[in-house]
Design a protein. Structure first.
Ligand code: NAP
Length: 555
């Protein structure tokens, strides 16, 4: 509970509860770390609460073999400190998970962040106390914390999901989830291993598991499009040239792109180009590797027939790589436009199916019936397994927030407010939940962009907002319900101009049975989005209610 005290500020007597903290941040991944750094620079009393034993967020948990970022290292890194971006050396074009985690740890050391992070602690409840105008948080360590502002840095892909398959508890082998991988690693040598799931995580893990296990059985429900990474050691000259222009490149990525990543964006439309030109361009980009392929033409995500030309190209590559035509056919996606589900980037994924020890099982033809004590039973066969790997993804974007039992004004729970899907203002705030911010929340570009840039933009905006509130002696900020409605409508409208809603993706909540089908991220692009957020701030936080509550201490 908050203690009621009298505070004297600039000669004004203010009676009211003083929270234990000005700001509590939930999560110490890349969002929580940067938020902590900036809040401390503001001189705020701040702490971060983190379930893991160390920093890193998604890169702390995702230690599965093959885990690697698919945004180039020189771009997937903090930009807030020129010294930091100059001094850090990435060893590969696309950094692997251990290197990204080492980078997170380096940042924590460099900015001395750990002293204000409570590790091994989860928030089990967050309740807004209207009378006291502060947040009360309960942790799984039995603590109660009070804070004026609560900042959710809980990540978009942090709530790992294992489907509740019948018989799972009876399995006598070991089970793993890619998103909660054991820190000590796993040796699958000599084992019969099953993998369920062929999204980004599965596609990265499968070639590594195949190289180690005696037998690997991949249980595929839906094939995904994947592009070759063409990962390589960092080219020294490339790194040097990039670093020489870091500030300009970062600014360009921030302000002039849709995704916050500098790609080689074409200004041509696929459907206006000749078949030969298209083929040449797709070949060139396929050879170059990475998501650059999706920028071969500028209408791939808007025009179905253009999209189909790129999808056909990738399907042809799959057929050219996989020796057995029936396996190639199963691996070739046909049910969604390319890019409408998160595109995967792999190293040797399709060729892995040419190995003698790898079997692909089509769960569309014969669905899983149950997990048995010794393996997995589909509608037509039993597979004997020693270990089972779930690469089954996340309750994305909303799962981590809803798990926390958040209640706002009038005791209304976030779960009730979001029964029909998440509703936010700018992905940053929620009507009915004063003084709470969501970093990369639903309704912001987040997962459609360079996550670290999306994080930095949100943190910078929140920090400017907190400074403004402090200068103005404002104690409470809350999104207006109508402004929120208008934003949600805009987010939906923008999504409807794209091919994204055509896929049963986790962007749509389609991977979790019973989850409302709503396209959650903002597809309008990071540049225009940043402009909107800046305009809102410039207009005195338009669409927010700001209140100076005389009975309560400001920041
Ligand atoms: P995901 O994309 O949601 O894929 C989950 C997979 O599990 C899908 O193939 C899904 O099949 C399958 N699945 C789920 N429940 C199942 C069930 N009951 N039975 C059979 N199959 C089931 O999850 P993810 O691969 O962990 O990737 C999530 C996101 O994390 C990515 O999209 C990406 O944004 C991010 N990520 C990025 C990287 C990177 O930077 N390279 C790496 C890993 C992850 P259906 O499609 O049929 O549902």
């Amino acid at each position: 509970m908050s203690n009621s005290v009298t505070k004297c500020l600039e000669g004004v007597q203010i009676a009211g509860p003083t929270p234990g903290f000005d700001v509590v941040i939930v999560g110490a991944g890349f969002a929580g770390m940067y938020m902590l750094h900036r809040a401390r620079l503001l001189g705020l009393r701040v702490c971060a609460i983190e379930k893991a034993t160390d920093v890193g967020g998604v890169w702390y948990w995702n230690r599965y073999p093959g885990a690697r970022c698919d945004v180039e290292s020189l771009q997937y890194s903090y930009s807030f400190s020129e010294e930091l971006q100059q001094e850090w050396h990435w060893s590969e074009r696309f950094a692997a998970q251990p290197e990204i985690l080492t980078y997170a740890s380096h940042v924590a050391d460099r900015f001395d962040l750990r002293r204000d992070i409570r590790f091994s602690t989860g928030v089990t409840e967050a309740h807004y106390d209207e009378a006291a105008a502060l947040w009360q948080l309960q942790t799984d360590q039995g603590e109660s914390l009070t804070t004026r502002f609560c900042i959710m840095a809980t990540g978009c892909l942090s709530n790992a999901r294992t489907p509740p398959l019948p018989g799972l508890d009876d399995f006598t082998g070991k089970t793993y989830h890619t998103g909660e991988w054991p820190h000590e690693g796993v040796d699958f040598s000599g084992q019969r291993v099953g993998v369920i799931g062929t999204g980004s995580s599965g596609l990265q893990a499968i070639p590594m598991l195949a190289a180690q296990a005696k037998e690997l059985v991949v249980f595929q429900r839906t094939p995904n499009f994947s592009l070759p990474a063409r990962n390589a050691p960092m080219d020294e000259a490339y790194e040097k040239a990039w670093k020489a222009q870091y500030p300009q490149k970062r600014q360009k990525a921030r302000e002039e792109t849709l995704s916050g990543v500098l790609y080689d964006r074409s200004s041509l439309k696929a459907h206006e180009s000749s078949a030969e030109d298209r083929q040449n361009e797709y070949e060139r980009r396929w050879a170059g590797g990475g998501i650059n392929f999706m920028h071969s033409f500028n209408d791939l995500m808007q025009n179905m027939s253009s999209n189909e030309t790129a999808a056909d190209f990738v399907r042809a590559k799959i057929r050219a790589t996989v020796h057995k035509p029936e396996v190639a056919d199963l691996l070739a996606p046909k049910d969604h436009p390319i890019g409408s589900k998160r595109i995967c980037v792999d190293s040797n994924y399709y060729a892995t199916y040419n190995r003698e020890n790898v079997t692909l099982v089509d769960l569309r033809a014969a669905p899983i019936v149950s997990i048995t004590p010794t393996g997995l039973q589909t509608a037509d066969q039993h597979y004997q397994l020693d270990s089972l790997v779930f690469a089954t993804g996340y309750d994305a974007m909303t799962g981590a927030l809803l798990k926390m039992n958040i209640t706002g004004r009038h005791g209304k729970s976030l779960a009730d407010c979001w029964q029909e899907g998440p509703r936010t203002y700018l992905g940053l705030a929620i009507a009915g939940f004063p003084n709470m911010f969501t970093i990369t929340g639903p309704g912001s570009p987040s997962v459609l962009s360079n996550m670290i840039f999306a994080i930095e933009q949100h943190v910078d905006w929140i920090v400017d907002c907190l400074s403004h509130l402090r200068v103005q002696n404002i104690t409470s900020i809350e999104a207006d319900a109508q402004a929120q409605d208008a934003w949600v409508e805009h987010v939906n409208h923008v999504a409807d101009q794209t091919l994204f809603p055509l896929a049963n993706s986790w962007y749509m909540g389609a991977n979790v049975p019973g989850k409302p089908r709503v396209f959650m991220p903002y597809a309008g692009g990071v540049g225009p989005y940043r402009q909107k957020c800046d305009d809102v701030a410039a207009k005195g936080y338009e669409g927010f209610h700001l209140q100076a509550l005389p009975a309560h201490a400001p920041l």
